[in-house]
Design a binder for this molecule. Sequence first.
Ligand code: FES
Length: 149
Amino acid sequence: MAAVLGTLSVNFLMFLRFFYPRALFEPKVKFRIGYPSDFGFGVDTKFQNQYRIWVVRNTEGIFVISAICTHLGCTPDWKPSENKFKCPCHGSGYDPEGVNFEGPAPRPMDRAHVELDPEGQIVVDLSHVYRWPKGEPSQFNEPGAIIRG
Ligand code: FES
């Protein structure tokens, strides 16, 4: 009797499993992070784990760095005491604006597209990034790479 009930239970669970999608849930690529006034001067790491980004405010405005080392894709660490990002994999160093200055990284880290929605919140779009390839002009001053002010 136990064997029969066990078999029926397993079959029933397999039946239920059939209705769950076998989809891969990817992280969002477009999302809101709050108002410009939520971010002070410097590097904000509060979205590093959730979205793999850092929000940076400097004298020109606010921009979002994609937290992916341009060497082989590790996530660098923000080192406030040294005022730099340091990649734990092979030692690349980046300044607070994500520009490489030591190690094997070939270019600065990419910046995500940013814009304000009708409510005035910052919308980040990681499907559209701005780059500064070595020996080529920087895209960091293009509209959408920074929210000025
Ligand atoms: S992946 Fe960052 S230095 Fe190699």
